[in-house]
Design a protein around this ligand. Sequence first.
Ligand code: ADP
Length: 162
Amino acid sequence: MKRAVYPGSFDPVTYGHLDIIRRASEIFDVLIVSVLDNKAKTPLFSVEERVKILKEATKDIPNVEVDSFSGLLINYAAKKNLHIAVRGLRAITDFEYELQIAQTNRKLSEGKLDTMFLTTSLEYAYLSSSSVKEIASFGGDISQCVPDFVAEMLYEKYRIVH
Ligand code: ADP
């Protein structure tokens, strides 16, 4: 049984993430999408909210599980007996950052945690959770970026009436 973890902030999940989730779910028997509870960042959505959003957005993909973790990914992966982390790559700027994290994780885990990259589908290459939040905060159209129920939740956070 091939299992992998897709870790991230997912604040909130976008169609870019969902595209990676769908494609990774076709490669692995089980894909665990895990929300990182990063105390150093101030997210818009709480971990509980992000988990709930991800569960709703992936409910039609039976082999996807949603979870959360804090601390080092290698410790979480070891506890769950997971050896592959999936990450998405949009541009060369993602690559430099992701390469460093992947190599650090491999080194720290003594080779037990490897990273697999999926390149973004071109139609989502421009998408990021932060740009979606910025557009939503000004009441802009985010229907091409996130599922409708996520857009509603975003406007609600920014108290935008649509
Ligand atoms: P981070 O974990 O770096 O705070 P995110 O939660 O936004 O960031 O992203 C988690 C993973 O999804 C990262 O590997 C990121 O590169 C990838 N990702 C984010 N947006 C997209 C997108 N539009 N297309 C493909 N991959 C993406």
